[in-house]
Design a protein around this ligand. Structure first.
Ligand code: ADP
Length: 330
């Protein structure tokens, strides 16, 4: 019933709908309507009520909940189910548990904050209120080897969505960081469960410092948030929906065999190509220039002898030296 009331108010947003009309259309008493309206207000909706006019929904703030996330979501399968929670340890862990218990491909877990958010190699990912902390369950029929490209695909979807929804220009630093003006605003963490030949499922975690303030960000790091960079908050529901749409489109390209389209989208958004790099592999340190990514998602680096070397995993730190972008792979 609450959702039907919401739908009615939404269809006439910024206009008053009388309690009498709502009550006769929905078949419940005006007092019943009043109770649901109070509940909606508690959930974060701004509803103005006036004795003779009725109720009016104002949309300057859209709460983060499954109703809003599903509302007008144009995807086919991503977002078929949303699990939205006030707090979890890690959305990736929760999504893995749901997937093990049979959750459908396209299920999305979103938490308002994470108490044990993780980056790669178990590093801490600071995830307070105001950010986007979400994990998506996918079940593509691919081998483990083909799973790596999902990190690039997701990074591209998230950066493109940020650039589409805000006036900001975000870019991707290989393999998984989303940067704005050289500062980290988000990242992607892909986890795979299954066998070498055929994976069981993928959980793709996306963390975005959306509406975070300086005091909420980790200290001593080159980190920022969309709100800080744009000077105003972003609409979380719209950004999440846009990420899911772009992700679904890119995954479709990939599954249809158009891997190059995915790689090209990533290349367009990359901020780490044609840069001087220092590669540190175990105790071996060498200098080179990043030239491209290959079809497996490895970074291709030209070494001092002019040979192309594929780098599959590593830490990349980006800094500016005399106007040149320089980054390190450790
Ligand atoms: P890397 O950039 O080294 O690939 P990860 O993607 O593994 O890092 O993310 C974890 C690292 O990101 C942490 O060790 C910390 O330095 C940094 N970090 C943690 N939380 C945030 C955040 N909310 N915003 C930006 N950077 C963060």
């Amino acid at each position: 019933m609450k959702e039907r009331i919401l739908e009615m108010l939404l269809s006439r947003k910024d206009q008053f709908v009388s309690g009498e009309e709502m009550s006769s259309l929905l078949g419940i008493s005006r007092a019943g309507i009043g109770k649901h309206v109070t509940k909606l207000r508690e959930e974060g909706y701004r509803i103005e009520s006036q004795t003779r006019l009725g109720h009016c929904l104002h949309r300057e703030h859209i709460p983060l909940n499954s109703f809003e996330l599903k509302h007008k979501l144009p995807t086919k399968s991503l977002g078929c189910e949303f699990v939205v929670l006030p707090e979890v340890i890690s959305t990736n862990d929760m999504a893995k548990e749901l997937a093990r218990n049979g959750a459908a491909a396209g299920t999305v877990v979103i938490a308002k904050r994470q108490t044990g958010g993780r980056g790669r190699l178990g590093r801490e990912w600071v995830s307070p209120n105001g950010g986007i902390w979400m994990s998506i369950i996918l079940r593509p029929r691919i081998s483990l080897r083909d799973a790596a490209i999902y990190t690039l695909l997701t990074g591209a979807a998230a950066a493109a969505a940020i650039n589409g929804v805000t006036a900001l220009r975000s870019g991707i630093k290989w393999p998984n960081d989303i940067l704005i003006n050289g500062k980290k605003v988000g990242g992607v963490l892909t986890e795979v469960v299954g066998e070498w030949q055929s994976i069981d499922f993928l959980v793709i975690g996306i963390g975005i410092n959306a509406n975070l303030q300086w005091a909420q960000l980790p200290v001593g790091l080159e980190a920022s948030s969309l709100e800080i960079e744009a000077g105003k908050p972003v609409e979380l529901v719209r950004l999440i929906q846009t990420i899911l749409c772009r992700l679904e489109e890119l995954e479709q390209e990939l599954l249809e065999g158009n891997r190059e389209a995915v790689l090209n989208e990533w290349r367009k958004l990359a901020v780490c190509l044609n840069c001087a790099v220092t590669v540190k592999e175990h105790n071996n340190l060498w200098l080179g220039t990043s030239v491209d990514i290959n079809s497996d998602g490895a970074l291709v680096v030209k070494n001092a002898e002019g040979n192309l070397v594929k780098v599959y995993s590593g830490d990349v730190s980006l800094r500016s030296e005399a106007g040149n972008l320089v980054f390190k792979i450790q």
